[in-house]
Design a protein around this ligand. Structure first.
Ligand SMILES: CC(C)[C@H](C(=O)O)[C@@H](O)C(=O)O
Ligand code: SF4
Length: 468
């Protein structure tokens, strides 16, 4: 069992008691809620005549079902309207702050929490959403929970959880100029497998991680769950504190210094004991894409797609399914694979630096005439900041649609979806069959820069080869 890691420190700070089930009851610092997974939990509370215990530790937003184009009410999709109305009623009745579309603060929960300073180091953060791991970028213990747990957190401000092992992932070397953190995390999942992290929480560290911006750390932590880990985190440091300073929910002056002392105290000890340690060399990473139907089926853009014999025995059946769905063969490269739709956004890569990076590639180019291109900021604040620096014009002039904030085409729940056998180049985190809408749709995961390159060429393109 690990000892002296940030995970152990935060766990112990929040431990209420060990339950008869053997699970630990943890106090919850921040409960993020969204429209998809919360209505049922509020219903359960009502059945038992229970109130929300800590509305001030709860924060709501609407992200999955909110259209990115026409938001007039009632929403065209009845099920979406029902979820949205339920969220409005539930939050107003309970006195929970709701970053709704009218506030200018709405967005994907995992973008909203950090940008408002709600997400802070050393906290326990839960949300009925698997990508809650994103908040681990701040050195918080953040994980997704199911509906009955949402009910428990609403009613008691605490959650029953099992402690996991801690794997330290030491990222060494240096990322090449054209490679991004998205390429790195795809490479990591390829190496460790989509189930390699089962039973673990990941602690990411080492020189490459220390040099990352907070947004890059969020991209890394976000995809922990795609590698099978329950949560992933990075020890807080000056980069973290600098990001936090001046944000809405972050105290100032002396109170900030006091909090900083706590944040420093929960960092992993230099002599912490890990259950496992893995070293990963970032220098080998090149711009990468998925070739299959899991986030672990990854190749460098100019690298041949592996044959079953090149893969571990446990991955061969999945590879066969992937060749068929994607209509690819071993030995081919993904470079030149035609795309119909490009999607820039999501809680993985829908923040301001992601939009900037894509815009930089796009500048002076046009979107291929056969391609439908969507740029969807992760939050309304990201959107406003992007517009303030003119990124929206770059996207529009190049031929992108510039939409309102939400999950959008990351998953087909809001009207933005792939049709029939359309292929998308997507800055998201999941390429499962049917994920973006149509069950025949095909998703290729990549970085924002590579999405922009695919938009220009109408096919998967090595961003290094684009004419400037
Ligand atoms: C709808 C929600 C529960 C789901 C999740 O848990 O992650 C979604 O956000 C996703 O990315 O698939
Ligand atoms: S952007 Fe995608 S991954 Fe993130 S919460 Fe929304 S649906 Fe889930």
């Amino acid at each position: 069992m690990s000892e002296g890691t940030l995970y152990d420190h935060v766990w112990n700070e929040h431990l209420v008691e060990t339950l008869p089930t053997g699970q630990d009851q943890l106090f919850v610092g921040l409960h993020l809620i969204h429209e998809v997974t919360s209505p049922q939990a509020f219903g359960m509370l009502r059945e038992r005549d229970l109130d929300v215990a800590f509305p001030e530790r709860t924060h709501a937003t609407v992200d999955h079902v909110i259209p990115t184009k026409d938001r007039s009410r009632p929403l065209e999709d009845e099920a979406a309207e029902e979820m949205l109305s339920a969220l409005e009623t539930n939050t107003s009745e309970a006195g929970i702050t709701y970053s709704g579309p009218e506030t200018g603060d709405q967005g994907i929960a995992h973008v909203v929490g950090p940008e408002q300073g709600l997400t802070q180091p050393g906290m326990t953060i839960v949300c009925g959403d698997s990508h809650t791991a994103t908040h681990g970028a701040f050195g918080a213990l953040a994980f997704g929970i199911g509906t009955s747990q949402i009910r428990d957190v609403l009613a008691t401000g605490s959650v029953a959880a099992e402690k996991h092992d801690v794997r330290r992932i030491e990222i060494t070397g240096e990322l090449s100029e054209a490679a991004t953190v998205k390429d790195l995390v795809l490479g990591l999942i390829r190496e460790l497998g989509t189930d390699g992290g089962v039973g673990y929480v990941y602690e990411y560290g080492g020189p490459v991680v220390e040099a990352m911006s907070m947004e890059e750390r969020m991209t890394l932590a976000n995809m922990s769950i795609e590698g099978g880990a329950t949560a992933g985190y990075i020890n807080p440091d000056e980069t973290t504190y600098e990001y936090l300073q001046g944000r809405d929910a972050v105290p100032e002056g002396e109170a900030f210094e006091e909090r900083k002392a706590y944040w420093e105290s929960i960092r992993s000890n230099p002599d912490a004991i890990y259950d496992d340690v893995v070293e990963f060399d970032a220098s080998q990473i090149e711009p990468s894409v998925t070739w299959g139907i899991t986030p672990g089926q990854v190749v460098g853009v100019t690298e041949p797609i592996p044959a079953p014999a090149d893969l571990p025995a446990g991955q061969r059946d999945a590879a066969e399914r992937a060749y068929e769905h994607m209509d690819v063969s071993p030995g081919e490269t993904m470079d030149g694979y035609g795309v119909d739709v490009v999607f820039l956004g999501s809680c993985t890569n829908g923040r301001l630096p992601d939009l900037r990076a894509a815009a930089e590639v796009l500048e002076g180019h046009e979107v291929d005439t056969d391609v439908e291109a969507l740029a969807v900021p992760g939050s309304q604040r990201v959107k406003a900041a992007a517009e303030a620096e003119g990124l929206d014009s770059i996207f529009r002039e190049a031929g992108f649609e510039w939409r309102d904030a939400g999950c959008s085409m990351c998953l087909g729940m809001n009207g933005d979806r792939l049709e029939d056998g359309q292929v998308s180049a997507s800055s998201t985190n999941r390429n499962f069959v049917g994920r973006q809408g149509s069950k025949d749709g095909r998703t290729i995961l990549m970085s924002p820069e590579m999405v922009a390159a695919a938009a220009i060429e109408g096919e998967v393109t090595d961003v290094r080869t684009l004419d400037q």
